[in-house]
Design a protein around this ligand. Structure first.
Ligand code: CP
Ligand code: NVA
Length: 308
């Protein structure tokens, strides 16, 4: 069974193949109405379940549109409305869904839920975000970097803020796509040692720099994300904001990066908290290309999982 659970768990050549396929599928759709089908219909006759235990705009819409463009059908399921939310086990849910659908995408809280789903499903499972990682996002982000600046290999990526799930998948991508990574944020919100260790084992330079101005020196790409993720308790909001305020990505900080540096944010953003509107809407920003590229990258991921 070919699952897409995380970037570091996926073969490096397969990642490259998916990336090339995503670029090609995007190019083939230029100028077409969104609802027009692709010329190839690699998901014809396929049924895809999209399960959400957390809110979503981009993941939900991009997967749904992507499946339809490739000729498949979708059903969007909310965890709360399923028996899953009322005590049925993940394993049983996986076995049952595998009798109805050809592919499962799940956004959930615990990584263990995703892994249990993958273990018991007899169809491919795709990680649509857990508390720990968000691999589909970073596939779209690498694609976005490549389309604006060419290969990301050997580049310097700087993450400012919370060392969260999106940051973790960036560290996986650093290992797989070969870029260097600097984290700048408060020590209490460092990325987990496992993620940092993975990128280092793959030979990448990973540094932790507490001074954001020093961190972004020579950066080719500056990335941030919300200061309070969906799984973080609301009670931590004020403390996190106080700790993270010095790491806001604003014009003064972007000015210290390379002149041609890109700015990314997976969205949804809290404007003028983690990044100012001047940066989000400014010349370095590619945030809406990232959002669009979720569609193309995930189409490539689904094709790879299904072998179509
Ligand atoms: N970036 C992202 O995953 O957005 P959604 O939460 O809207 O799906
Ligand atoms: N870190 C954020 C990403 C949202 C797409 C969260 O987990 O809420």
């Amino acid at each position: 069974m070919i699952h897409f659970l995380d970037i570091h768990k996926t073969d490096t050549d397969a990642l490259r193949q998916m990336m090339d396929s995503a670029h090609a599928m995007k190019a083939a759709r230029q100028g077409r109405p969104k609802g027009q089908l692709d010329d190839d219909q690699p998901l014809a006759g396929r049924m895809v379940a999209l399960i959400f235990e957390k809110p979503s705009t981009r993941t939900r819409v991009s997967f749904d549109v992507g499946v339809r463009q490739m000729g498949g059908q979708t059903m969007v399921l909310s965890g709360k409305e399923m028996q899953l939310g009322h005590g049925e086990t993940i394993a049983d849910t996986a076995r049952v869904l595998s009798r109805y659908v050809d592919l499962i995408m799940i956004r959930t809280f615990e990584e263990a839920t995703l892994l249990e789903m993958a273990e018991h499903a007899t169809v491919p499972v795709i990680n649509g975000l857990t508390n720990r990682t968000h691999p589909c996002q970073i596939m779209a982000d690498v694609m976005t970097y490549e389309e604006h600046r060419g290969s990301i290999s050997g580049r310097k990526v700087v993450w400012a803020g919370d060392g969260n799930n999106v940051c973790a998948s960036f560290l996986h991508a650093a290992g797989q796509f070969g870029f260097d990574f600097t984290f700048t944020g408060p020590p209490t919100l460092d990325p987990e040692a496992e993620f940092v260790g993975y990128a280092r084992e793959k030979g990448r330079r990973v540094s932790i720099e507490r001074d954001p101005a020093r961190a972004v020196e020579g950066a080719d790409l500056v990335v941030t994300d919300t200061w309070v993720s969906m799984h973080d308790p609301q009670s931590a909001r004020e403390r996190r904001h106080n700790q993270l305020r010095p790491y806001q990505v604003n014009e003064a900080l972007m000015a210290k990066a390379r002149p041609d540096a890109l700015f990314m944010h997976c969205l949804p953003a809290h404007r003028d908290d983690e990044a100012t509107s001047a940066v989000m809407d400014g010349p370095h920003s590619v945030i809406f290309d990232e959002a669009e590229n979720r569609l193309h990258a995930q189409k490539a991921i689904m094709r790879w999982c299904l072998g179509t």
